[in-house]
Design a protein around this ligand. Sequence first.
Ligand SMILES: [Zn+2]
Length: 140
Amino acid sequence: MKFGIRTPSLKKRIAARTSWKRVVRHSMGLKAPRGYGWITNPKRAAYNRLYNRTTVKADPLIALGVSLIIGLIGGIIKGIAGLFANKEGNTSNSMTCPHCNAPMILRNGTRGRFYGCSRFPRCRGTREYVEPVDGSTNAV
Ligand SMILES: [Zn+2]
């Protein structure tokens, strides 16, 4: 434990804010409220409280950069999670919208079945539904 003026370390500061455990937890929306440390880990909470009160830091600018990095990593993780979610979704496997490349969904319209863009009504891209003859489906 250090007392007095703390030498700010950018590396340590980023490391503390960008642990995978923390980013994953936050991106799932399980951000613990302030003061929760006393429940999950009272020993660490007591240490942190004392540490924060007995040391002085001097770098308000770095916080901005750190929060930007966190946002970036959080976005990447959400993107990866979205990819996995799409794989198991009920969208037709390799069919994509001719306008925006979004996955297409099989729909039943008044003129029969067709593939509609999953971003409908923002995108009105459609594809003709071809009745699968044998094993080879969308080999156009
Ligand atoms: Zn589309």
